[in-house]
Design a binder for this molecule. Sequence first.
Ligand code: RAM
Length: 835
Amino acid sequence: MTVNVSAPRAEHLDEPLGLGEGRPRLSWTIETDQPGWRQDACEIEARGERFVRESGESVLVPWPFEPLSSRERVPVRVRVRAAGEWSEWSPVTVLEAGLLDPADWTARFIAPPGEEHLLRGRFEVRRAVAAARLYITALGVYEAELNGVPIGDHVMAPGWTSYGHRLRYQTFDVTAALRPGPNTLGATLADGWYRGRLGFQGGTIATYGEHLGLLAQLEITYDDGSGDRFCTNPSWRCADGPLVASSIYDGETHDARLEAGQTWVPVKPLDHDLATLTAPSGPPVRRSRELAPVAVLTSPSGQTVLDFGQNLVGRLRITARGRAGDRVILRHAEVLEDGELCTRPLRSAAATDVYILRGGEEEEVWEPRFTFHGFRYATVEGPADPHLIRAVVCHTDMRRTGHFECSDPLVSRLHANVVWSMRGNFLDLPTDCPQRDERLGWTGDLQVFTPTAAFLHDCAGMLTSWLADLSAEQAPSGAVPVAVPNVLGERAVFAAAGWGDAVVLVPWTLYQRYGDAALLERQFPAMCRYVDHVALLAGPMLLWEGGHQFGDWLDPAAPPDKPGDGRTPKPVVATAYLAHSATVLAEAAAALGRDREHERYARLAGAVRAAFAAAYVAPDGTVLGDSATGYALALRFGLLPGPAQRAHAGRRLAEVVEEAGHHIATGFLGTPLVCDALTEAGRLDTAYRLLLQRECPSWLYAVTMGATTIWERWDSMLPDGAVNSGEMTSFNHYAFGAVADWLHRTVAGLAPLAPGYRRLAVAPRPGGGLTHARAALRTPYGPAEVAWRVDGEVLEVRATVPPNTSALVSLPGAEPFETGSGEHRWTVDGGCSTT
Ligand code: RAM
């Protein structure tokens, strides 16, 4: 028997350099050929100390030793015991703490006196270097270099957080970049999210501050144990450089003629609270892949148009040759209209990059550094060879964890589109869209998409940071901004059903998917404050009927200029969400062992459910508004008072969907629930017909129109190919992609039953004429998979259950049963229909 233990992972990080946790929790996975393998105990070794824990836990296991101190480097390994036998030790992971205390910083922020954006400082390396670390961040975005060589491969660092509360710093190992004698540490600063145009439809300038700033602390340890520290301080100098303009929305202008010959002037000190500094809890943004154009076209007006075959987020890298002062101009768009770049959906975002050539015989290669665009198409003007242009895809460097495919190529493409929309909108924070003058962390969009996101990629670390901002920005009343970080001001801080509920529902989903109870505990006070606030708004009747609501946003029946006015009454949506959040909060309290809060919120949830039923559910089970979203909410959130009403609501939901010709009749909040509600109501056939509809509005309509990402509106592109003229016409908005969670859990049949998938459901529900489907997930415990295939009357199901977990298996027409880890194969004869 072999039992291999993976190298331990710290927190949600694959790169444990510069850890911000003094007590990092550890996780490992097991590889074994033994079915049903279960851990009885583990032993953790660090700093030569060992600790045995009599426990089966292998995910986010508490740090058993004295906390790490700042900068401490600790090799850690683990072994496990099962059935009395200890395994071999795992490979070692070396953890290294970052600067855990504001007092560790002797560096101070510096700022250019004017609009200079190049900064540099010089220092001496006295002898052979054993180790060197650079701790660095900026007010703005930065790229640093040592002796002219870029440090690291991060993009748009330090990213976007609620800067007034939390500013992330990065830690780099720069040992190899130093040389004996004089060295130069340099950085380029740009506005990024800190000072650029940011907001809703235009936005404001200098959202966070007037001045860009840099903070850097380089710590050198020499081979004799002595050290030097070199910090940003008033001896640094700054200069203008080639970065002429830079804006996230509008693009970047780089004048290569200004790359040399600067005049360096002194910097000035800048005050900024070092207590806001925090280490990242997730991976940085990186360049993840490059795409070559699939076609180079000439538009009717004579423009050279590149088609990358995929709507993506990132920027172009060009290769140019020409005279000094020649310009290459790049414009980006997600779609073409009448063969021309259609930039109207970008609203005021210019999305234009300009490169001004140095000139000469040599090829000049350039990629903008401090902007990103959402595009599939681009026009290029000037002396750059279009065939050599590459699209560089950028997003948070999350581990890909989940995959899905099935026998219907359109559904598989729909799923691929969801993955691309996640990539495009998980660029340091979860955004609604990546292309127009917006790109904000809208809470509602993430709320509905988190279950899907948490399957596709390991986004626990990234969303931990976003949630910290969400709680930091929560008002004393308990209300939260509708988009986080909040740049829309006070008017954006209000409870909106389905949006604000992200406070409660996102941590809960992350707990279920990643087993992170500490995160749940940390968010718990914010969750309570939010639900208390909404309960207050709902008043003594416990009906949430007032205030500004987005409703079932972008229901296809809503008037184009009133996207919130769909068929489902707003009070129905809002009160349903209050009941749901209170229920989830009660469950969260139970999971955390908080009995008092559990009781309190379970009581509130029960009362709101009763109020909902009394006010909005007729005795026969008809829900006010008689809409698909109303029924989906009532069924999924358990708001129907009895079995008769439940049965009626299920029937009525199916009828409503059929009456709409199996076209989508739901918006942001109903869409993620409707297939689940139908399945639960015993109408899987109707759910499949809804999924497989190809006419507008439907999920597959966009796919038949050539979509490669999920659209904001069901008809972002109209059937005749015209681009919707509405204000909000993004082609890269993940919200409607939330149906992928149903594909994973129900179509393929792989779902979590206990936090972190410690117990999973294997419950495939074949239908819709599909002949096979498969979901594969790297769970926190290791790879899991469910795959099925229909051959005539026979259904064959294969499943992989990770070591140290178990599964509840429900096959069509059979009694559910439990199984342990390992590779399984079952067949069901005759008992399933696939039409
Ligand atoms: C828009 C975006 C976003 C949505 C809000 C309410 O600006 O489309 O997705 O959450 O409105």
